[in-house]
Design a protein around this ligand. Structure first.
Ligand code: PLP
Length: 365
């Protein structure tokens, strides 16, 4: 089996596995005042400081969550409370469907290359009659397209709007500094950069603890912003995975480009290729061949890839991302190949071969 579905989840990094093992033997609850609790708290605080420093935020503003969906929901519902919400058309469902009050949501269109339409954002922000939260992702999970967040931030600042950035696919794959992005909040998820599933964070700009109304108050953990005992082994893995990802950055664009130029010969097309993209992600559309058929044929040939968005590949459907990019006719023909951190060149070569055979067979049908 060859795994090329990193945007669904990255393989666990060895450093993260070691960190999980070490954390699992700690008995205490980080909120307990006794010795065992203090040991757990020490590790939790260490993880918070390390992750915060890698993202350039104050440790008081790193809120641990169960993953990217929860981090995004906390931002949209907490920071977005009482605000109009301008949400990019290609956002992940974790953001698109996060609002408790859909009447407050307005969709921001994207350009044909998949990047947010800055002119329309500026126009919408000209309406200052209500306070606004803008949600624009850093890198798209289906196409890898990278949004011009600094520009988005400049427009938000000028209009006194808040900016939330879903950086779930970007963290660990490209440098992410919250102050440099100019975001008020950023969501991340451990399993997207080689940590364990079940931990994520919402990190916030600011030099002291920023107030965010919690979705669950519980025992007041995370400074009252997210109640519930923290998943220490998963959080420890998140720290170790992020440290490892940033210490050994990999540029997969050579392999990705090799893959794309080979499949383009088969009549496929790479979506979003005109925009800056994550180096590991390729969204390939093969006209006339449904995503499901491509997925099944490649699965039978031993390749794990995906169609549509990561978390919904079990319910393959037309991609809202490709519809938003104006590719209505092709939205049901997409296949996402996302190279993991430990991919080998021979995996890509084998994929190219299998893709070619699949495309030839389908053309013959
Ligand atoms: N945001 C993006 C861009 C994603 O790709 C995903 C998962 O695929 C999420 C949010 C949700 O993250 P999690 O699986 O940690 O809930």
């Amino acid at each position: 089996m060859i795994y090329l579905d990193a945007n669904a989840t990255e393989p666990l990094r060895p450093q993260a596995r070691d960190a999980v093992m070490d954390a699992m033997v700690l008995v205490g609850n980080p909120s307990s005042p006794h010795g065992a609790g203090r040991q757990a708290r020490t590790l939790l605080d260490h993880a918070r400081r390390s992750i915060s420093s890698l993202l350039d935020v104050h440790p008081d503003n790193c809120i641990f969550t169960s993953g990217g969906t929860e981090a995004n929901t906390l931002a949209v519902r907490g920071l977005g409370k009482g605000r109009r919400r301008l949400v990019g058309a290609t956002e992940h469902d974790a953001v698109r469907k996060a609002s408790d009050d859909m009447d407050r949501v307005e969709v921001l269109p994207v350009l044909p290359d998949g990047r947010i339409d800055l002119a329309i954002l500026e126009e919408r922000l000209a309406d200052r009659s209500q306070e606004t939260l803008v949600c624009v992702m850093l890198a798209n999970n289906e196409t890898g397209v990278i949004n011009p967040i600094s520009e988005v931030s400049r427009l938000c600042r000028a209009a006194q709007a808040m900016l939330h950035v879903d950086a779930v696919q970007a963290v660990g794959r490209m440098p992410v500094s919250v102050p440099e992005l100019g975001a008020d909040s950023v969501a991340l998820s451990a399993h997207k950069f080689g940590g364990l599933k079940g931990a994520g964070a919402l990190v916030l700009a600011g030099n002291g603890p920023v107030v965010v109304p919690p979705m669950q108050a519980g025992g007041g953990q995370e400074r009252g912003r997210r109640g519930g005992t923290q998943a220490l082994p998963a959080i420890a893995s998140m720290m170790a995975a992020l440290e490892a990802a940033l210490a050994h950055p990999v540029d997969l664009s050579t392999l990705r480009d090799r893959l794309e130029s080979a499949v383009l010969q088969q009549g496929a097309r790479a979506c979003g290729a005109d925009a800056p993209r994550l180096s590991n992600t390729s969204c390939l559309v093969l006209p006339g061949v449904r995503s499901e058929a491509q997925l099944i044929a490649l699965d039978l040939a031993g390749f794990c890839v995906s169609a549509g968005s990561a978390c919904s590949s079990g319910k393959v459907g037309g991609s809202h991302v490709l519809h938003a990019m104006g590719l209505d006719d092709l939205a049901g023909n997409a296949l996402r190949v996302s190279l993991p951190w430990n991919v080998e060149a021979r995996h890509v070569d084998e994929f190219i071969l299998a893709y070619g055979q699949m495309a030839e067979r389908r053309k013959a049908v």
